[in-house]
Design a binder for this molecule. Structure first.
Ligand SMILES: *[C@@H]1O[C@H](CO)[C@@H](O)[C@H](O)[C@H]1NC(C)=O
Ligand SMILES: *[C@@H]1O[C@H](CO)[C@@H](O)[C@H](O)[C@H]1NC(C)=O
Ligand SMILES: *[C@@H]1O[C@H](CO)[C@@H](O)[C@H](O)[C@H]1NC(C)=O
Ligand SMILES: *[C@@H]1O[C@H](CO)[C@@H](O)[C@H](O)[C@H]1NC(C)=O
Length: 268
């Protein structure tokens, strides 16, 4: 299939509320920020322009996928390629840079990288506002009324957090799919107000079998539609960073992706 996806690494001034400020005059130093919250960078990828005509894929109007990455962020090619893949599945897809230009290095075991410190610098008080402004931008500027959140590892937890009706309506998502979500808390699961699907890895230090059973029990308690699928031969991160030369891992990554697409086709 010829792809017409338009990946744009766009610094969206609107996100930081800059568009609401008085229009600056040339030479005015007040437009130079030395402190404050930086503008969020978004990776936006769109369905092929005429895919409905040429394939069986249908484009979903007024609907978007919010793609929430793992700690490797937009620097990891697999994340952008998966976002493009959701676009080819017919969804306008938007992936915010959750780490303001400084994601974890591709190999988190490199000397000098401190995972504990990194995670402490990216707690919900820092990450929530980035996601909230992205959702609000999608709703207000992209003419979208239904949003499905896709979250991998680090991002998985936030797919749950924004499916909660204590979040303001214009910053909320309508359905979620997560793969190997990390750091997920019980209240975040119990707070969901919409359908959630979870793809789980067989070997996941962050979600061992006992925790997976707890997650299932908590999902059941919510009374919402849910689904949990477990893939053999997989490790934490498989839905993004599978070794696709390994048959079992490739099947699992493809399965998780197709599953997400079908989930949103039904519940978004
Ligand atoms: C639509 O798709 C066909 C291939 O199926 C391609 O040749 C054509 O250029 C596309 N048209 C537009 C407007 O993108
Ligand atoms: C990593 O960061 C944590 C939290 O800031 C700190 O307590 C710890 O000492 C650091 N570890 C190393 C090896 O620097
Ligand atoms: C977020 O919370 C942590 C831990 O409570 C705190 O150290 C940090 O300063 C907070 N960051 C912001 C931006 O509020
Ligand atoms: C926005 O959505 C409305 C309602 O679905 C639709 O009628 C309108 O054409 C859309 N506008 C744009 C610019 O896509």
């Amino acid at each position: 299939m010829r792809t017409e996806t338009l990946p744009l690494l766009a610094a969206m001034a609107a996100l930081a509320g800059l568009s609401h400020a008085a229009c600056p005059v040339s030479g005015d130093t007040s437009i130079l920020a030395n402190t404050g919250t930086p503008v969020v960078t978004l990776y936006i990828t769109r369905p092929p322009l005429n895919c409905s005509a040429s394939t069986s894929i249908s484009v979903h109007p007024n609907t978007a996928i919010l793609y929430l990455t793992d700690v490797f962020g937009l620097a990891l090619p697999e994340n952008l390629l998966l976002a493009d893949s959701f676009a080819r599945a017919g969804y306008l897809t938007v992936a915010p840079d959750l780490f303001s230009g400084s994601p974890a290095p591709g190999d988190i075991n490199v000397p000098g990288f401190n995972t504990t410190l990194f995670l402490s610098q990216h707690q919900p008080n820092v990450t929530d506002p980035i996601i909230a402004s992205t959702i609000s931008y999608i709703r207000s500027s992209l003419n979208v009324t239904r949003i499905g959140a896709v979250g991998y590892c680090f991002g998985g937890r936030y797919a749950f957090r924004f499916l909660d009706d204590t979040v303001p309506p214009d910053e909320r998502v309508d359905a979620a799919f997560t793969a190997h979500p990390s750091l997920l808390e019980n209240e975040e699961i119990l707070g969901i107000q919409g359908p959630v699907s979870v793809a789980a890895a067989e070997n996941d230090d962050l979600v061992p079998p006992e925790r997976r059973a707890e997650i299932e029990a908590l999902l059941k308690q919510t009374g919402k539609e849910y689904m949990v699928s477990l893939y053999s031969g997989t490790n934490h991160g498989f839905a993004v960073r599978a070794d696709v030369t390994d048959r079992e891992q490739r099947f699992a990554k493809e399965g998780a992706f197709l599953h997400a697409v079908r989930w949103f086709g039904e519940f978004l």
